[in-house]
Design a protein around this ligand. Structure first.
Ligand code: SF4
Length: 432
């Protein structure tokens, strides 16, 4: 029987047009129906040099369904190359051309000798969500554009973390990770955001290793790069937020990269000293407030659900109620991720549910006894249910509708402080 999915937290794979958009001067070319880009582009902060309203699109219609849309795709690519000044063109296919069997890969291969690179990623909605689409875009660049390099740059590290735009904090988080890696004396290389783009893409095969900071998204990509370029990878399954996790992260990366232990510990000490200076200044707030209850729930993708749970337990001493992972994590990753939720300080373990149905999540939140005001960090969908329970709510995951994020971040030591500020701002303003 057909099932209804209430309050879905992701888009279809074609939503990966936002992954392309996050690469400076990269242009998505859509081989899809005319409404797809419109439907997938409602996030804030998505205008700029290229925006969804001007992405070239074949706008295929009934006639193309009958006779095929490859001619239209060919002319759309040709004209995009003529009139739009980009560094990289990424053809993304939607449902209709893939259902009718257009050979988009063959059309794109005709542009192998074009002045600028043109690659193609199959991102039909029925193939998966935008997390999978994000992987498809990175795969397309690795498979179709990049070549193995004999030149390796000592200390050059490719960093892969959040899915741009799906995570509103993607830009700030990536910059924080870059900063931390640089402090270890390594050279970070990322491809998303301001002044990165094609130059950094070209450096990918020269890296000493790939650093993947994510529970599962991107694992296929780094494995592919290991096979194609011989680049080893470090899979760090948890976005580090706050002192406990960020110090662990630096130690593990430092060890993998062969950074002397004294250097790693010196970086950690400097950050921790300042971090705990700030925490101690506000210890009275943490200990004496009566409105941040000990129990919390996070409703977010695997990246945020895990990262925020670790932070709230390890750094703030809160107790996890049930946590929800809403990104439709592929089944083969679930047990491993659930194990990560058990690796918390003080012998605490968190129960996690991989659940995409908002109705079921809300029923569980309503049915749980938080022994006081619930603290819920999640998508905007959780605002109402939390308010009805007189709880404290912070919108940290998609959809985000109550804040504007330019380059704010939660990753790293500083990110942990930002998250504490956001949570306790709600606490102190509760009775205003
Ligand atoms: S599901 Fe298919 S038709 Fe709908 S927006 Fe995505 S690609 Fe377009």
């Amino acid at each position: 029987m057909a099932k209804l999915l209430d309050k879905q937290r992701y888009k279809c794979a074609l939503g990966a047009m936002q992954t392309v958009q996050a690469i400076d001067r990269a242009l998505p070319i859509l081989h899809s129906g005319p409404g797809c880009a419109q439907k997938l582009s409602e996030s804030t902060g998505s205008s700029g040099y290229f925006s969804p309203n001007i992405f070239p699109c074949t706008s295929i219609n009934e006639k193309d369904v009958v006779f095929g849309g490859v001619k239209k795709l060919d002319s759309t690519i040709e004209n995009a190359l003529k009139v739009i000044d980009a560094d990289l063109y990424v053809v993304l296919t939607g449902c209709i051309p893939e259902i009718v069997g257009d050979d988009s890969g063959e059309v794109v291969s005709r542009y192998e000798d074009a002045e600028k690179p043109v690659v193609y990623a199959p991102t039909a909605g029925f193939k998966g969500n935008n997390y999978k689409g994000h992987e498809q875009v990175v795969d397309a660049i690795v498979d179709q554009y990049l070549k193995k390099s004999d030149k390796k740059q000592k200390g050059l590290i490719n960093i892969w973390a959040d899915v741009p735009y799906q995570d509103l904090f993607w830009l700030g988080n990536l910059r924080q990770l870059e900063k931390l890696i640089a402090e270890l004396g390594l050279t970070p290389n990322t491809i998303f955001g301001y002044k990165r783009g094609i130059e950094n893409i070209n450096k990918i095969p020269e890296a000493e290793f790939n650093l993947l900071v994510s529970p599962w998204v991107g694992l296929n990509n780094v494995k592919k790069m290991e096979k194609k370029f011989g680049t080893p990878y470090l899979h760090y399954p948890n976005l580090p937020i706050g002192a406990t996790e960020t110090s662990k992260f630096l130690r593990e990366v430092g060890k993998f990269a062969g950074v002397p232990e004294e250097k790693v510990e010196a970086v950690i000490k400097e950050h921790e000293d300042y971090y705990y200076y700030l925490i101690s200044r506000y210890a009275d707030l943490f200990l004496e407030n009566r409105v941040i209850n000990k129990q919390f729930t996070v409703v977010a993708d695997a990246q945020y659900s895990l990262a925020v749970t670790k932070f709230l337990v390890n750094d703030l001493g809160l107790i996890p109620a049930k946590q929800f992972v809403v990104d439709d994590t592929p089944k083969n990753h679930r047990d491993r991720i659930a194990e990560e939720f058990k690796k918390l300080n003080f012998g605490i373990e968190a129960e996690v549910s991989f659940e995409t149905d908002g109705y079921k999540i809300h029923e569980e939140i309503k049915g749980h006894d938080y022994h006081g005001y619930p603290l819920v960090l999640g998508g905007y969908y959780e605002k109402e249910v939390t308010e009805n329970l007189k709880g404290n709510f912070l919108n940290i995951s998609w959809p985000v509708q109550d804040k504007v994020v330019f380059d704010n971040f939660y990753a790293g030591y500083e990110g942990g402080i930002r998250l504490i500020e956001d949570i306790y701002t709600i606490a102190v303003s509760r009775f205003n």
